[in-house]
Design a protein around this ligand. Structure first.
Ligand SMILES: Cc1cc2nc3c(=O)[nH]c(=O)nc-3n(C[C@H](O)[C@H](O)[C@H](O)COP(=O)(O)OP(=O)(O)OC[C@H]3O[C@@H](n4cnc5c(N)ncnc54)[C@H](O)[C@@H]3O)c2cc1C
Length: 373
């Protein structure tokens, strides 16, 4: 049986849940299709928290999108009554002349963002449960913090439903094809037609837009929860250290007993998300324990729990957000490269704009596919 929609959203993770919400709020008859259950732990959007910051070392081009994303997260909080964005502050410690510290300073300078620079003694006084190298330069963004990742998805799905969106979970899309009037999407159980399609399939994007020849690499990542003493790390901040061995980051305690720690660099490449080994391997735990011993004096390096997740890397670390060059009725976000969650709210809005209007006011030119694939 074929059912017709204005738009179908393929994949209801971080970005897809936001796209579903924005399309529904713009009055579209929209269907979201997700292969797993609601808010699952088999993609890239689970594990309690995601860092959000605006003095963006990756590139100054992202800053206007981050300003818009923050506004949209705050609106979502108001509409759903959930606390989603905790502005507990965030510091980055690393070499003064390195790309992270320099990139933060550049973005803050160009966009007039509040960013403090601290010496190691100043940082120790301010953050007594952290250790620093004498050579570190520390930049602290008081308005940065973290997002409660699962609640963000829940909130987008809830508001989408209130605005009339339909969703199907535990339903895998097998393929889609362009038609004279839009697209036909085939699932295990049914076929649907829609005027437009938004593809937000995360690590499965290459299966669904294979004709674009994306070169996306899946990197396995491990998250550890370490016990900590007293009220250390309860109030923040989020922390990010650039060390010679890798970049390590972590979050304040959400449960009063543990903190979450992970490594941004490294990660084992796998062919497909399904190939991720969920076990905690010695090579995951050892570098993080070593880091904790040196820089987190109030944490116990022996984890009490762990989770695995994956990054979907584009070759240049920049997202792909665009319309399909040959099928303009199809818009997509892919290759979010391990830093995309904080943008999910604005990417949902952008994808709704691209699907409905064919264009967006948001400055996404640097994320287009032209000349990049
Ligand atoms: C450990 C870790 C830490 C991170 N830390 C940060 C951070 O601090 N800050 C930050 O901003 N970002 C961070 N990121 C990155 C961020 O989480 C991701 O970029 C973002 O969550 C990706 O969202 P997505 O919607 O593209 O993918 P997902 O959330 O994985 O959603 C894709 C969805 O599509 C569905 N799907 C795929 N194929 C099909 C199909 N055929 N049929 C139906 N459904 C399908 C999947 O099941 C999935 O639900 C981190 C990522 C990881 C793994």
């Amino acid at each position: 049986m074929s059912v017709t929609y204005d738009c179908i959203v393929l994949g209801l993770g971080g970005v897809g849940s936001a796209a579903l919400d924005h399309l529904a709020r713009r009055g579209q008859r929209v269907l979201g299709i997700e292969q797993f259950r609601t808010v699952h732990d088999r993609g890239s959007s689970h594990g309690e928290t995601r860092a959000t910051r605006k003095a963006y070392f990756e590139h100054t081009n992202y800053v206007p999108l981050l300003e818009r994303a923050e506004k949209l997260w705050r609106e979502l909080e108001c509409d759903t009554g959930r606390s989603l964005l905790e502005a507990c502050g965030l510091f980055i410690a690393g070499p003064a002349d390195g790309p992270c510290v320099q990139g933060c300073l550049r973005s803050a300078g160009e966009h007039k963002l509040k960013l403090e620079q601290l010496s190691p003694p100043e940082a120790r006084r301010r953050f007594p449960n952290f250790e620093f190298d004498e050579a570190d330069s520390i930049v602290y963004e008081p308005g940065a913090g973290y997002l409660r990742v699962e609640d963000c998805i829940r909130s987008h799905l809830e508001r989408a439903r209130q605005n009339g969106a339909e969703s199907q979970f535990e339903t895998a899309v097998i393929d889609w094809e362009p038609t004279d009037n839009g697209v036909r999407v085939r699932t295990e159980r049914s076929e649907y037609e829609a005027a437009r399609l938004v593809i937000t399939a995360g690590g499965w994007a290459t299966d669904l837009i294979s004709d674009l020849g994306f070169n996306l690499k899946i990197l396995r990542k491990t998250l550890l929860w370490l016990p900590k003493t007293g009220d250390a790390y309860d109030a923040g901040p989020v922390f990010y250290y650039v060390r010679p061995r890798g970049d390590y980051y972590g979050f304040p305690s959400l449960d009063g007993a543990t903190i979450k720690l992970s490594e941004h660099t490294g990660g084992d490449p796998v062919d497909r998300p399904e190939d991720i080994d969920p076990a905690l391997l010695e090579r995951d735990a050892e570098p993080l324990a070593e880091f904790a011993r040196q820089f987190l004096p109030a944490a116990d390096p022996q984890p009490t729990r762990h989770a695995t997740c994956f990054y979907t890397m584009s070759p240049d670390g920049r997202f792909y957000v665009d319309r399909h060059p040959e099928h303009p009725q199809v818009a997509f976000a892919a290759g979010l490269s391990g830093h995309g969650f904080k943008f999910a709210s604005v990417l949902g809005e952008v994808l709704a704009d691209l699907a409905i209007d064919g264009e967006t006011e948001q400055p996404i030119g640097f994320l287009g596919v032209e000349e990049r694939i």
